[in-house]
Design a protein around this ligand. Structure first.
Ligand code: CA
Ligand code: CA
Ligand code: CA
Length: 382
């Protein structure tokens, strides 16, 4: 009798399958991690209370701190939802409210700025459940760097030779590697301000890398477009974005006018019987702050009777553009080589020009507004 029952059971189950769905086991309760509470920036040897919401049936949540790019957990913490009853000092406030907590002492193995993956993983009865939640956070010293000392010249003489160093000693408790940048700004009332960076990597004239002395070597061209007493402010920013107080000093930048040299123009020209004759006129500009400080070079021409040419003044160019009368206004005035400091223009005489002595004057002006002395030349048309 007993054997008969055992045999008939599988038959009954099979018969049932044909008519309705297999009974599905109850789905395990879904576990979702959310609403982690932790600071953006973790400071070494500081205590933090961490919280995470974990919906579902969860015993604990494991937090692993993985330095970015290493893949290996450096620190591990377990978070509990026990109201602090079973794990004293975990900082959990209310038991069984699905908020898991722990107080952690953040102890990175390396000082300085570093990014971390913080991986939260829920577990139940010793097995992981649900998907991990990964958050990016950074770790680093929370004290701002400090500009300890400025090593600046007090004056940049006009046209000085060689180079001078702008330097600042910057202290950061996490080491020079934690300083993201050292900024220098210069300002003066009514003048355009400027900014640049100082370096401690052996570049830009820095004599020694990694010695906390940030440097920038400048030459005479640094004074281009600058003139007068500037307030120099230097500040350092670390990799967590914290900014030091500024340290300031006064720097006097002396900027003087360009000099006109090497005038190249004919002393005498034969008037053409017909048509026109053209003559290249050029002058070399010595500018103490370099060519980038030259604003404009002007030529003025005067007739034998002393009257000025209608088109005075003429702009001279250092653009390397050959003479092309149809593109005269675009700067095609016969300059031979661009950017060599030799500014050029072509003087044209036609058959209608009166004979006599023509006077030509040259001036140059820099971007600080300094005017060169006037250079005068004469061309005799005969
Ligand atoms: Ca250095
Ligand atoms: Ca100048
Ligand atoms: Ca030129």
């Amino acid at each position: 009798m007993r054997r008969l029952i055992l045999l008939s059971l599988p038959l009954l189950i099979l018969a049932g399958c044909g008519k309705r769905e297999l009974p599905t086991p109850p789905a395990p309760e879904e576990v979702v991690l959310s609403q982690a509470m932790l600071p953006e920036m973790l400071g070494p040897m500081r205590l933090y209370r961490i919280e995470i919401g974990a919906a579902g049936e969860v015993d604990s949540v494991l937090l692993e701190a993985v330095p970015r790019g290493t893949g290996a957990a450096e620190q591990r913490f377990y978070l509990y939802d026990d109201g602090g009853a079973r794990h004293a000092g975990d900082g959990d406030v209310v038991a069984f409210d699905n908020i898991f907590s722990q107080q952690i002492l953040w102890q990175p193995t390396l000082p300085g700025f570093r990014e971390y993956e913080l991986r939260f993983q829920a577990s139940r009865a010793g097995r992981t459940v649900g998907e991990p939640l990964v958050l990016m956070r950074s770790s680093g010293d929370q004290r701002a760097p400090e500009v300890a000392q400025l090593l600046l010249p007090d004056t940049l003489r006009s046209g000085f030779s060689g180079s001078l160093l702008f330097q600042a000693v910057v202290i950061d408790s996490s080491g020079p590697g934690d300083v993201a940048r050292v900024e220098l700004t210069g300002s003066a009332a009514g003048k355009a301000s400027f900014d640049t960076l100082l370096y401690d990597d052996g570049s830009h004239g820095d004599p020694a890398a990694g010695d906390y002395i940030y440097s920038l070597a400048v030459d005479r061209t640094f004074g281009a477009r600058k003139q007068g007493a500037y307030t120099i402010r230097i500040a350092a920013v670390d990799r967590s974005g914290q900014r030091s107080p500024e340290k300031s000093a006064i720097l006097v930048i002396v900027n003087t006018a360009p000099l006109l040299t090497d005038l190249n123009a004919p002393a005498a020209v034969q008037r053409p019987a017909a048509g026109a004759s053209s003559h290249l006129v050029s002058v070399r500009i010595d500018e103490p702050q370099g060519l980038q400080d030259i604003n404009r070079v002007l030529l003025r021409a005067y007739n034998p009777d002393g009257t000025g040419f209608n088109n005075n003044p003429f702009v001279m160019y250092d653009n390397g553009l050959a003479l092309d009368i149809s593109r005269w206004d675009l700067g095609y005035r016969g300059d031979l080589t661009a950017g060599d400091g030799v500014y050029s223009m072509t003087v044209i005489f036609d058959a209608a020009k009166p004979l006599g002595v023509y006077r030509i004057t040259f001036t140059a002006e820099d971007w600080a507004g300094n005017q060169s002395e006037l250079l005068t030349h004469t061309i005799t048309l005969d």
